[in-house]
Design a protein around this ligand. Structure first.
Ligand code: IVH
Length: 701
């Protein structure tokens, strides 16, 4: 970026971040997720660090926090509500584990039993504290700054999973016995007569999120950017009736009051016994790092399918005395950690919008993005569905956008950060011609769908992709019918050359597509980039050109010069006239016309440019005809009648055979023509099979 551009971008970022600070802290209605906010913040910090002269006092990087909303009564927490330190990778986790183990020993504990971890979901919601006096819900508060929160009792009373009264005596005893925790009965009953504090997370499920946003949209009200913001917004409503209307869910994860529990697991059991949702059937004790990784991977796999959002797992030392003894570091305990999943949202820039022709002829706009990683996958494009969606988003080329994989698997543009515009963004043009074949387009009745009416349009040719990847052509294994269909439907591939742009991330986000199979397909695609010339020409799917005629075209082109890549091939092919093609053996008028038109069309030029860019390398040695003579060793001696010896040798090679120079015991065949010489004698001596020309021709047929 040029200096002037950097300056502009910094100014825009500052404005944008300040605006989101205001939405979050003052209006309590953030429009973007924390992750996207972090992306903007990181970009600003990076630009400022690289250009310190552009750093100003008023930059959001120089300040944290914001102004608090002053509407709720303040509540001082009896015990500080801590946060958790984060980590994001397995390596970071390993380091943390080592540090914790060292601390356990330094604090005088042995590792056995004391180093067990309690692992659970990290809910993406809002932390709250609940106080029960004599078993009755008396105070609910937000975390606030950890020391002082806000009294949101009335709102919390409307949440179904927050009991107004804790479970009664008799039930408690039975339940404790069920979990072999009868020893705690007395403490719990005492607690029920005094005060009990519980902490946990308020969340809202994805379905409810979608429903509420639809309602908001209908009413012309602002849309919540993710379930967490909606949960936060719902719980901090001044009118509890609004909170009541939203199906919030409370998940308990900590019992602050000491009721005799020795482990975090026991705290969780007590939460359930007292009447809270505590997820004991999911949470897990892990003895070692590998177990934690197993739990992390398992939950990450399930993440998209869960009804609510989680952004990682929480891992804590299970034994409470050890946990407490290890103390604090930064904003959280030393013995607990938020092991976060890769984010599912990020900020990117739209570099281009192209219209792709689908199998039904419908033109779909696709946004090409500056590559970003979302949820562990690289994202480079996102379907815009139709022109209405472009209008709804108000999108222009060059816009900074929020991209998400949240809920849906396929990346989509969530919103445009219009205030990031610098003035050189371009409107997206609605095409009046098909980008593939140049035919005129037609609009459907609703005016939303644009269709190419040319039934022969290459974009519509459903079988073409299948043909292109087939064994006789590019031979890309793993790309079956269903996958190709999906790739086309999701606009990841419309033109065969798009196959070579695919990345693991593009495949991974398709339904039921594992990491391993995505990797394999990408490897196969890369392997296919070195292709024999006959197969390459056959793969093009030129009308009326089959395998044999492709080979004839290849031979003709090779006479004109060396061919290493698609660009050179096209250059040579364009030197030939329709008559030249007509003169080829077994070529008729129709075939010649078809080949000539194919090589000279504008669409073919574009396709070849893309294939060339993709790094396709054309190999000119002849392809194997079959594997009939696989690994069989041949030697020729004497002159043949029907063809030169070199031709016969070539025929053997094309069928997988090997040509030898000397007669040995391991030779499979000696082929003899006239005047065979001493080789025949030697072969007979060693018992090598001898063929005359006729027998040889019969063998290879
Ligand atoms: S334990 C010492 N357990 O994550 C702090 N927190 O980044 C005790 N969170 O502020 C927190 N799920 O709002 C804990 N299973 C879970 C959680 C969880 C979500 C939130 C919580 C906390 C934040 C820390």
């Amino acid at each position: 970026m040029a200096k002037e551009e950097i300056k502009k971008r910094i100014e825009k970022l500052k404005e944008e971040i300040n605006y989101h600070n205001y939405l979050y802290h003052v209006l309590d209605n953030p429009m973007i997720s924390d992750e996207s906010y972090d992306d903007l913040f990181k970009e600003l910090r990076k630009l400022e660090n690289a250009n310190p002269q552009l750093k100003t006092e008023d930059s959001p990087t120089q300040k944290t926090g914001g102004d608090a909303l002053n509407e709720f009564k303040k509540v001082k927490h009896q015990k500080k509500m801590l946060s958790l330190n984060d980590l994001k990778t397995k390596d970071e986790f390993k380091d943390w584990d080592e540090r914790v183990k060292k601390l356990i020993i330094e604090n005088g504990f042995s590792l056995s039993n004391n180093s067990e971890y309690y692992c659970e979901y990290k809910f993406d919601g809002l932390a709250i504290s609940l106080i029960y006096e004599k078993g009755v819900f008396s105070l609910g508060a937000t975390r606030g700054d950890g020391e002082v929160g806000e009294d949101i009792t009335d709102n919390l009373k409307t949440v179904r999973t927050i009991p107004l009264k804790l479970f009664a005596e008799r039930r408690i005893k039975d339940a404790l016995n069920k979990y072999d925790l009868g020893r705690l009965a007395e403490n719990v009953l005492q607690g029920l007569n005094n005060k009990i504090e519980i902490r946990g997370e308020i969340i809202i499920d994805k379905k409810e999120f979608k429903k509420i946003n639809k309602d908001q949209e209908k009413k012309g009200l602002p849309i919540y950017s993710n379930p967490r913001n909606l949960a936060a917004g719902s719980i901090r409503q001044l009118d509890s009736n609004i909170t009541r209307g939203r199906k919030l869910i409370f998940n308990g994860y900590d019992l602050v009051t000491d009721l005799g529990q020795k482990t975090h697991k026991e705290s969780h059991i007590l939460l359930e016994v007292l009447g809270f949702k505590a997820n004991n059937n999911i949470n897990k004790i892990c003895d070692n790092v590998q177990d934690v990784f197993g739990f992390y991977d398992e939950i990450m796999q399930k993440r998209d399918k869960l009804e609510f959002e989680i952004d990682g797992i929480v891992v804590q030392i299970n034994r409470i005395n050890v946990f407490e003894k290890l103390g604090l570091i930064g904003k959280g305990p030393r013995a607990g950690i938020a092991f976060k999943f890769p984010p599912i949202e990020g900020v990117s820039k739209v570099v281009d919008v192209k219209w792709q022709v689908g199998r039904t002829g419908v033109l779909t706009p696709v946004a090409f993005l500056e590559p970003i990683r979302i949820g562990g996958a690289r994202v480079t494009r996102s379907t815009l569905h139709n022109k209405e969606e472009i209008k709804r988003l108000g999108l222009k080329i060059g816009d900074t956008v929020i991209v998400t994989r949240s809920g849906d698997v396929i990346p989509k543009i969530l919103k445009v950060l219009t205030s990031m515009r610098i003035g050189d963004e371009k409107d997206i043009e609605i095409p009046n011609k098909c980008p593939m074949c140049g035919s005129k387009v037609v609009f459907d009745k609703s005016g939303i769908l644009i269709r190419c009416d040319n039934l022969q349009c290459p974009g519509r040719n459903e079988g073409y992709l299948n043909h292109f990847v087939s064994r006789q052509a590019f031979n890309i294994k793993g790309l079956g019918d269903k996958i190709l269909k999906k790739l086309v439907d999701e606009c990841l591939v419309t033109d065969v050359s798009d196959l070579f742009d695919l990345e693991e991330g593009d495949l991974k986000v398709l339904d039921r597509f594992g990491e391993k199979s995505s990797q394999n397909i990408i490897t196969n695609i890369n392997k296919s980039k070195n292709i024999n010339i006959n197969k390459f020409i056959f793969a093009l799917g030129i009308p009326n050109i089959g395998k044999e005629s492709a080979e004839i075209i290849a031979n003709r082109l090779l006479k004109l010069g060396k061919i290493k890549n698609p660009a050179k091939l096209l250059k040579l092919a364009r030197e030939l006239s329709e008559e030249d093609f007509d003169d080829l053996p077994d070529f008729g008028e129709t075939m010649a016309k078809s080949v000539f038109e194919y090589f000279n069309s504008e669409h073919t030029k574009k396709l070849f440019d893309k294939l060339n860019k993709a790094g396709i390398l054309i190999e000119s040695q002849k392809a194997l005809v079959n594997q009939k003579l696989k690994d069989l060793k041949f030697l020729f001696s004497g002159e043949l009648d029907s063809m030169p010896r070199t031709k016969a040798q070539e025929m053997v090679k094309q069928r997988g055979g090997v040509i030898k120079e000397t007669v040995t015991k391991t030779l499979d065949y000696l082929v003899v023509g006239s005047k065979p010489g001493s080789k025949l004698e030697k072969a007979k001596k060693l018992g090598v099979k001898v063929l005359d020309e006729k027998e040889f021709l019969k063998l290879i047929k």
